[in-house]
Structures are given as structure tokens and as C-alpha cells.
Design a protein around this ligand. Structure first.
Ligand code: NAP
Length: 255
């Protein structure tokens, strides 16, 4: 039986950093999940034959079910499930299309839950699930309202799952990073340059997340800056923080 890790969004900034770090573990295969065949091909070329490319649109339930089929066929021993793929868009929620709304909710919320359902039967004590939430789950964030709400869902779900899995010895960790230097961040919007305070590298987030998951923590918060944000979200009224955020971001979404 092969020991494997499943990493969704494996070709993006954070996903690729997870792949690079997991290759240091005693893992036979890393199932790298994403949509772009070209990017997956490049990943295999860079990291070699332990990478198993899985082309799958995680916003499409019937494609996600193919992953369940693959697990049923191969019956691997899953050591890590990294629910990392996510969709984000900045803007006024009223301007979002129906498709953007449903694809974001499917990719960021429903699919990670389905993948946990499918993966857990192939996990044993010591296995780790990492659900990539965000510091934007600490309070409501106007102009990334939908993204932020999906990350609240994922953090809450992940922590409850951890509680329920304790008797199996499986740990589920909600990873809550602040801004990470990846392709997800646009350098400008509406001709205005966007600032990302506290920006960190994907490698730093991954190292901390895996360390916390191995310690059995149900939440991983990387960097002093994000820890400070987390504490502020607990002690100050959320209305205040939301107002500061909303004022800061509004200029990027208005023409
Ligand atoms: N960057 C940040 O500042 C930041 C901060 C906090 C949390 N996060 C979270 O970290 C995670 C990774 O983000 P990132 O910054 O690494 O993003 P990224 O560089 O844009 O990478 C996104 C990855 O997800 C894949 N993906 C996107 N939609 C998909 C879909 N429908 N089906 C399958 N794969 C899909 C992409 O590949 P394809 O396009 O080929 O499918 C790519 O591999 C996300 O959950 C994000 O919300 C990011």
C-alpha cells in the first residue's frame, strides 16, 4: 500500500511550497490536484516521479467525485490531505455573477468537506488534514466579503472536525495566514497599487503549518503580525476592525 499526500491547488504559490516540503517526508506519492494540465506537467518535471498529477476542477462536484473513485481504486494510506485550493476576488459583492458566487463557495467550502469525507477512511492514527483558511476568517471583511465568509466556514469546520477525529488520532488543522507572496495577490486594482502589510513567503507559512499540525494544533497562525491581528479581533469590537478594513480597501474597488 502506498503512503501518499494529497495537495489541492498544488501548482500555485502555497500549494507548490507544500509539495516541496512534503517531498522531504517518507511519502511514496504526492497527488497534485489542479485544473491546468500544463502547470501540473511543469510540476512533475520539476519534482520528479513521486508527483502524481490529478487534473480536476474542484468547483465541479462531478469532477471531485472522480477523486473518490481514484481513492477507491488505489486504496492508498493517506498521511496528509492539504485542502489548499481556493478562489478569491476583491470587489463589491453586488457585482459578482451567480457563477462566481457558486464556484467560490464550492471550491472554498463544499469541496474541502467532501475531500475530508473521501480521505478519512484511508487515514490512520498520525495522519494530518490541513485546511487552508485565512486571517480574513478573524472578522467580516467588506469587499472580500464572500472570500472571507468562506474562510470562516473552513476554519470552524476544520476545528470541529479535529475534535471529532481525536479518538482516531487524526489531526485537522485550520491554517490562517495573512498576506502571502503568491500569484493570488494582484499588485494593482483599478489602476491603484495595492499594499499588503505583513506579507510573508509561502515557504514560511508551510513550515509553520506542518510544524503545528505535527504538534496536534487545531489552528496555525504564522507571523507575529497575524498573531497580533488575531488578538485584536478578539478584544476589539468587530465593527471597529471591519470599519478600518473597509475604509482601507474601498479605494481599490471604486473607479
Ligand atoms: N495568497 C494569500 O495572500 C493568501 C492568504 C491567506 C490564505 N490564502 C489561501 O491559500 C490558498 C492557496 O492560495 P495561493 O495564494 O497559493 O493561490 P494561487 O497561487 O492563486 O494558487 C491557487 C491554486 O489553486 C488551484 N485552483 C484554483 N481554483 C481551482 C479549482 N477550481 N480547481 C482546482 N484547482 C484550483 C490553482 O491551479 P489551477 O488554476 O491550475 O486550477 C493553483 O494551483 C487558498 O486557499 C487561499 O485562499 C492565500
Amino acid at each position: 500500500m502506498s503512503n501518499i499526500a494529497v495537495v489541492t491547488g498544488a501548482t500555485g504559490g502555497l500549494g507548490k511550497a507544500f509539495v516541496a516540503e512534503l517531498l522531504k517526508e517518507e511519502i511514496d506519492e504526492i497527488w497534485a490536484v489542479a485544473r491546468s494540465e500544463d502547470k501540473l506537467g511543469a510540476l512533475c518535471k520539476q519534482y520528479g516521479e513521486r508527483i502524481v498529477p490529478v487534473i480536476c476542477d474542484l468547483s465541479n462536484e462531478s469532477e471531485v467525485k472522480k477523486l473518490r473513485g481514484l481513492l477507491e481504486e488505489k486504496k492508498p494510506n493517506i498521511l496528509f490531505l492539504i485542502n489548499n485550493a481556493g478562489m478569491a476576488k476583491m470587489g463589491k459583492i453586488i457585482d459578482f455573477s451567480d457563477d462566481e458566487i457558486s464556484n467560490t463557495i464550492e471550491t472554498n467550502c463544499k469541496t474541502p468537506v467532501l475531500l475530508c469525507q473521501y480521505a478519512i477512511p484511508y487515514m490512520s492514527a498520525g495522519a494530518r488534514i490541513l485546511n487552508i483558511s485565512s486571517a480574513s476568517s478573524f472578522q467580516p471583511n467588506p469587499y472580500i466579503a464572500l472570500y472571507s465568509a468562506t474562510k470562516v466556514f473552513l476554519r470552524s469546520y476544520s476545528r470541529s472536525l479535529n475534535y471529532e477525529l481525536q479518538e482516531k488520532g487524526i489531526v485537522s488543522t485550520a491554517v490562517c495566514p495573512g498576506w502571502i507572496d503568491t500569484g493570488m495577490l494582484k499588485s494593482e486594482q483599478n489602476g491603484k497599487r495595492i499594499r499588503f502589510p505583513g506579507l510573508v513567503s509561502p515557504e514560511r507559512v508551510v513550515t509553520k503549518a506542518l510544524k503545528d499540525a505535527k504538534k496536534g494544533k487545531d489552528m496555525s497562525v504564522c507571523s507575529l503580525f497575524v498573531k497580533y491581528e488575531h488578538v485584536c479581533s478578539k478584544i476589539y469590537p468587530q465593527k471597529w476592525i471591519m470599519h478600518i478594513w473597509g475604509k482601507g480597501v474601498k479605494k481599490y474597488v471604486e473607479d
